[in-house]
Write a protein that binds this ligand. Structure first.
Ligand code: S3P
Length: 170
């Protein structure tokens, strides 16, 4: 299968790992948020603020259908993408799905220093509030993330190796 979907919570490294993975495999790399922003001429935060989350989820699903036509591609999905509509089933039918699995503490550490306005759902949550928000969200989202064909854990390098090994068996 020549299409790989990277899924996982915000800040798990889907974009960073996805770019290296695509280079390694000689595939192209697509980031769904960037794709949506280019089509809509608006940032994700602007879409959330002006049109609302519900509309964003519809645009995200439309984007998923579009990028699922691409060949030889690594796709970094938005953190919420697998958790709406039947998107997770759709991805499993259209490619290899990989959950980049980080612990709450690791995610909190990374997201603490990320630009809040880039991720509207995080608003300006910090410290314990941020950690609690991630823990609660992740518990719900893992029902979907755990449907991925591979769960990869460890450092970015270890995750990359696990994905390459997995892809080689397909
Ligand atoms: C979201 C994750 C974001 C982006 C939007 C909503 C989410 O993508 O799609 O802000 O619901 O988890 P990243 O996972 O790339 O941050």
């Amino acid at each position: 299968m020549n299409r790989i979907f990277l899924i996982g919570y915000m800040g798990s490294g889907k974009t960073t790992i996805g770019k290296v993975l695509a280079d390694t495999l000689g595939y192209t790399f697509v980031d769904m948020d960037t794709h949506i922003e280019a089509k809509e001429f608006k940032s994700v935060s602007q879409i959330f603020a002006e049109l609302g989350e519900e509309k964003f989820r519809l645009l995200e699903q439309k984007c998923l259908y579009e990028v699922s036509q691409f060949e030889n591609v690594v796709i970094a999905t938005g953190g919420g993408a697998p958790c709406f509509f039947d998107n997770m089933d759709y991805m499993n039918e259209h490619g290899l799905t990989v959950y980049i699995k980080l612990m709450v503490e690791q995610l909190a550490e990374r997201l603490e220093h990320s630009r809040a306005n880039k991720r509207p759902l995080l608003a300006d949550r910090k410290g314990d509030e941020l950690r609690a928000f991630i823990a609660e969200g992740l518990a719900k989202r893992e029902l979907f993330y755990n449907q991925a064909q591979l769960s990869a854990i460890g450092s970015d390098e270890q995750i990359l190796m696990q994905i390459c090994k997995f892809v080689a068996t397909k």
